[in-house]
Design a protein around this ligand. Sequence first.
Ligand code: F6P
Length: 350
Amino acid sequence: MKKIGVLTGGGDCPGLNATIRAVVRKGISEYNYEMCGILAGWKGLIDGNIKELDMNSVSGILPRGGTIIGTSRTNPFGKDNKGDHERILENMEKLNLHAIVAIGGEDTQGVAFKLSEMGVNVVGIPKTIDNDLPGTDYTFGFDTAVNIAVEAIDRIHTTAESHNRVMVVEVMGRHTGWIATFAGIAGGADLILIPEKPVDMKEVCDTIKRRHKRGKNFSIVVVSEGIKLPVEDKKEEGFILQSAKKDAFGHVMLGGVGSVLAKMIEKGTGFETRCTVLGHTQRGGTPTAFDRVLGTRFGIAAMELIHKGEFGKIVVLRGNEIIPIALKDVMGQYKTVDDYWYDLAKVFFG
Ligand code: F6P
């Protein structure tokens, strides 16, 4: 009986458990594999920390947020982790693991790609609330994050209107503005600021003033955490950071740009301005039906690849089809928001 491991790496997101369930159910009921969870992402494979996943252990997890096998941002190829990838190769043998399903975003898939080049049997599944992985139209987790943000924007709308305020809503998304753009379109934002479009503060203030001039005395500004602002303090290349620390993959810790922006808007327009940072609420709780279905489809397709022995690949969504592509094709760049989406959003600015 072949033993297959599944792991979740990077930031968690709603839909991980639905995906794990699909992987395990397909593996056991159709292919008679022995299935196990590798605990806390790549760290679990470095430490040899796994647990068996049977049909009962994935029962009831479909609607649950988080991940039942834990996650981490451990990077076995990071500069402080000398020897970790050799430990992974040893543990693959020791634990008798035939193949791995790696569920994660660009960092996790980057590790999966390097391991596949070293002969490890691995298949990837794309997840991230940021929707920034190239090669796939959507990652699971994104739709839920957008829906959470839209619900927040709807609530902020009513209080903005009562108080005649400008309300800045800061969303996640790292270096791309997918969450901001989609949540802004769906939530009726009066302005959306994303990393793909340099910020011109005069234009921001003029847009808000113009809106107020035509009698709308409140505004909603949706801002992505990864925009750069022309400020002097707390900056690294213009980003507003939570701390000077970087994670194991060298990413800066974004967060806090909304309150800096709110002060700049208040100064530039004279309108009372407040900021709400949605933060990790966007990654918590139950997944939308779309993300449950997408994660389930990815899980099933990944196991089909494992069964056919097609390794070094990742399953992606193109249109309405799930297809396999080479892991190397999702390496090395972010999928950014293109002009189609931003031009559409811009129609409603001001
Ligand atoms: O990649 C997902 C994400 O939520 C980003 O949008 C955000 O910048 C980052 O992770 C936050 O990471 P952490 O959970 O380590 O604070």
